[in-house]
Design a protein around this ligand. Structure first.
Ligand code: NAP
Ligand code: 8YV
Length: 312
């Protein structure tokens, strides 16, 4: 059996499957991780990790025979893919298997924000329906335009579901996708001016840092709604908070934040915000499928077959 290093505690189903298929070494359980790496480093062929932890270069330096990093999650922000390529290490992630769960939470957050479901729930639980009468009227998704930033695997599934809610869909990305039936905006600012909702589902990293800045937020405007389910740093969070406080933006629904798991307290008291603790893919079914793909990628590669979902 090949030796595999597990960087962090993972779902028990993943640990069990890794234990069953490989000679595993759990870095997170080691009293002295450096001593463990010195002792077994040269035997390690594969690493199991996630996109937030990755496998830092100082650890890769101690794994001279490492040939695959199998990451849990589609985003791989903490993995330097170019460096891995230069070292001859294959990187895999878990695309597609989480797309449905992500689209579900995105539409869920949009409905929750627009129909004020968390607030109406609190109102009902507080007995206010009986004492104060019906809850205030809310907005509606039907007939509105949503601009998707990042029409990738998840973005397309969000688009299909938004259409099912009778919304008009347009999108922004670096490239037009002529075969898609949605209007393309090469300029994000122009799109932000012309939509009711902005939904961001782009990868993290330098290229998308603060893509949604003050100008974009102001273009979306006091009636506009922002949803971020991609990565926190894509939105300028302090500018978002200011815009919400000053009434320059209508509302926001957020599954991702700048410094997770820290969430700026300013959001806690805002009535026009729905908060979600980075749980887009966190269903039993999807997390199992992501873990299964982590194991199958390792197994395929270490058995001499092509990895199933390599990052290209
Ligand atoms: P994907 O298929 O690669 O789609 C990414 C999209 O983003 C592409 O359409 C790409 O279009 C666009 N894009 C990339 N860089 C851009 C830039 N600089 N400016 C504008 N658009 C850009 O990935 P996916 O599977 O849909 O996943 C997307 C991301 O969602 C992941 O990378 C991850 O960060 C996030 N995610 C979050 C959760 C969660 O729990 N909240 C779960 C899963 C994934 P162009 O190439 O044409 O620009
Ligand atoms: C996970 C994610 O929460 O896939 C991603 O990119 O952000 C989520 O599915 C996370 O990556 C698990 O480590």
């Amino acid at each position: 059996m090949s030796d595999v290093l597990i960087m962090r505690k993972m779902l028990q189903s993943v640990i069990d499957a890794l234990d069953a298929n490989f000679n595993t070494h759990k870095l997170y359980e080691a009293d002295d991780p450096n001593a463990l790496l010195t002792r077994i480093g040269s035997r390690i062929k594969g690493v199991a990790t996630n996109g937030h932890v990755g496998c830092p270069p100082e650890i890769m330096n101690k794994l001279p025979n490492l040939s695959i990093i199998s990451s849990f999650g589609v985003g791989y922000d903490a993995i330097d893919v170019a460096d891995c390529r230069a070292r001859g290490i294959v990187v895999t992630n878990t695309p597609d298997v989480l797309t449905d769960a992500m689209a579900e939470i995105t539409l869920g957050l949009m409905i929750a924000l627009c129909r004020k479901i968390p607030q109406a729930d609190a109102y009902t639980r507080a007995g206010k329906w009986e004492t104060d009468g019906p809850y205030a009227l809310t907005g509606e998704l039907t007939g509105k335009t949503v601009g998707i930033i990042g029409l990738g695997r998840i973005g397309k599934e969000v688009a299909r579901r938004a259409q099912a809610f009778k919304m008009r869909v347009v999108f922004h990305g670096r490239n037009d996708q002529a075969h898609e039936p949605f209007q393309y905006y090469p300029d994000l600012l122009t799109m932000a001016r012309e939509v009711d909702w902005l939904v961001s589902i782009v990868p993290g990293g330098a290229a998308t840092k603060h893509l949604i800045n003050r100008e974009v937020i102001d273009a979306l405007g006091p009636d506009g709604m922002l949803v971020n389910v991609g990565r926190g740093p894509s939105v300028d969070e302090p500018e978002l908070i200011k815009a919400l406080q000053e009434g320059r933006l209508g509302g926001a629904a957020l599954d991702v934040f700048d410094e997770e798991p820290k969430v700026p307290e300013a959001f806690y008291t805002m009535d026009n915000v729905v908060l979600s603790p980075h749980q887009g893919s966190a269903t039993t079914k999807t997390r199992w499928a992501m873990g299964d793909l982590v194991v199958r990628n390792l197994k395929a590669h270490l058995d001499g077959l092509p990895a199933i979902t390599p990052v290209t």
